[in-house]
Design a protein around this ligand. Structure first.
Ligand code: MV4
Length: 455
């Protein structure tokens, strides 16, 4: 096992990794930017190294400085957390060249799954359900037109090297597909240095359901069931829950098994998430695979009792998975509200600044993942997540009741946060009846803004 690891991240996820490492008897070294010099999580690390100025491009994204810090601090491995360099195959490769273990998949597995067409080919071979669409990279506009004709409109053009919703074009008819092809290609080339496109049938009003998978270096992969992440706005998730509500257990098991198979086939070692859209009849269609630990991993930990971050470290150290699939079952229901320093009334404008009061809720089944303490100043340079409120209870209904109570107890001042918005969402019919889809928050926000200003 490693004796010392470097954490190439900040905030709540840095603290989450420090805690896992310390429990395992592993020392931690945190790199930090000048904007994070007062970060409370740094107090918990065994050592810290400043790697540059506030902007991520001058610190948390600087591969040269992170590797230098790792060598000076004499670590065995680097945990990238999420965001920043977590899904950068080049970084994983540099780590390997420098004989530092990357706590995540090999650069080959990461690159293969990061290519959406290659990923879909692996999915097909694993019987993971995918959208009807182009089996390969589109050759040209005529190729796109012919495939769209075959599968029927609406269709969606996507960048092979893209992800997370960037560079997509929904096309409802022949004219819009013709119109969008060249510009989508240009945009993909500019954004991802790869203009390759693929095409899929476009599905409307679906839910976003994803499966947590763990793979090891010995050819094993297991799934830790699913999460529903439909409660989102502009590709930013607001609330996640596990398991996804109202899914037939046989259907769930079949899709979960296929997703684990996909990860096994990719010779993938580490934590992965296989994302799907699910329609009203519970038909699943794979979207993409995330090759990192995700923000919402705690809800899966609560329902399966598997510590995903510890398992990632064990996997990177070459250990076999601590669990067999038959050891994994779902217990109860978990919900996470992402608490951001943002003002929902001003289009979710970030609210950096001094947090004077920070008084988190506590009690049975309540978990707060946060790096914030009273007197902490939220820097303007990074995303505005300041806490994750994670609830675990026996049923979805009691978990919602506990979330309502915990949100009421949670005091953060004077910066504006998304807590009041979460309290309102917990009272909506769509959330309580789980009749939502990926668009319901945007619909609800429009109504809420017209009828009240209590957020
Ligand atoms: C889709 C889709 C509908 N049909 N693909 C957006 C993010 C990227 N991961 C893929 N995305 C979508 N792909 C087909 N064939 C709808 C979306 C989508 C979406 C997906 C998940 C969560 C939120 C979303 C919001 C808008 C569109």
């Amino acid at each position: 096992m490693f004796s010392r690891i470097l954490i190439a991240n900040r905030g709540e996820i840095a603290l989450r990794i420090i805690r896992a490492a310390r429990e395992m008897g592993i020392e931690t070294v945190c790199v930090y930017s000048q904007a994070d010099a007062d970060g409370p999580w740094l107090q918990q690390a065994d050592d810290t190294v400043c790697i540059g100025k506030g902007p991520a491009a001058e610190s948390y994204l600087r591969i040269d400085r992170i590797i230098s810090a790792a060598e000076v601090a004499n670590v065995d491995a680097i945990h990238p957390g999420y965001g920043f360099l977590a899904e950068n195959a080049h970084f994983a490769e540099v780590c390997r060249d420098c004989h530092i273990e990357f706590i995540g998949p090999s650069p080959e597995a990461m690159a293969k799954l990061g290519n959406k067409v290659e990923c879909k080919k692996l999915a097909k071979a694993s019987n993971t359900p995918i959208f009807p669409g182009s089996p390969d990279v589109l050759e040209d506009e005529e190729d796109a037109m012919a495939i769209a004709e075959k599968i029927g409109y609406p269709v969606i053009l996507k960048a092979v090297a893209g992800g997370g919703g960037r560079g997509m074009r929904i096309c409802h008819n022949e004219a819009t597909l013709r119109n969008n092809y060249a510009s989508a290609q240009r945009e993909a080339q500019a954004a991802f240095a790869n203009g390759d496109l693929y095409l899929e049938k476009f599905l409307e009003n679906a839910r976003h359901v994803e499966f947590q998978i763990l793979g090891d270096k010995h050819g094993n992969a297991i799934h830790l069931y699913d999460r529903d992440c439909s409660t989102q706005r502009r590709h930013q998730k607001l609330i996640e829950e596990a398991p996804a509500p109202n899914i037939d257990p046989k259907k769930r098991d079949a899709v979960a098994k296929s997703a684990a198979d996909l990860i096994r086939r990719a010779e993938y070692a580490g934590a992965a998430t296989v994302e799907f859209m699910m329609d009203k009849d519970q038909n699943f269609f794979m979207l993409e695979v995330n090759t990192r630990v995700q923000v919402e991993h705690p809800i899966t930990e609560m329902i399966t009792q598997v510590d995903i971050v510890k398992e990632m470290i064990r996997i990177a150290a070459g250990e076999k998975l601590s669990y067999k699939q038959k050891d994994i079952s779902i217990s109860g229901h978990a919900i996470e509200c992402r608490i951001n320093a943002e003002d929902p009334e001003r289009d979710f404008m970030p609210q950096p600044g001094l947090i004077e009061q920070f008084s988190p809720p506590g009690g049975f089944g309540i978990r707060v993942e946060s790096h914030v303490q009273p007197g902490y100043r939220v820097p303007p340079n990074y995303d505005s997540l300041i806490a994750k409120l994670v609830i675990h209870d026996i049923t979805r209904e009691t978990a919602i009741a506990k979330m309502r109570s915990a949100l009421r107890e949670f005091t953060i001042a004077p910066v504006k946060t998304t807590i009041p918005m979460h309290r309102m969402i917990m009272d909506t019919r769509e959330f309580n009846e789980a009749t939502f889809d990926i668009h319901y928050i945007e619909r609800w926000l429009k109504d809420a803004m017209l009828t009240t200003s209590s957020m």
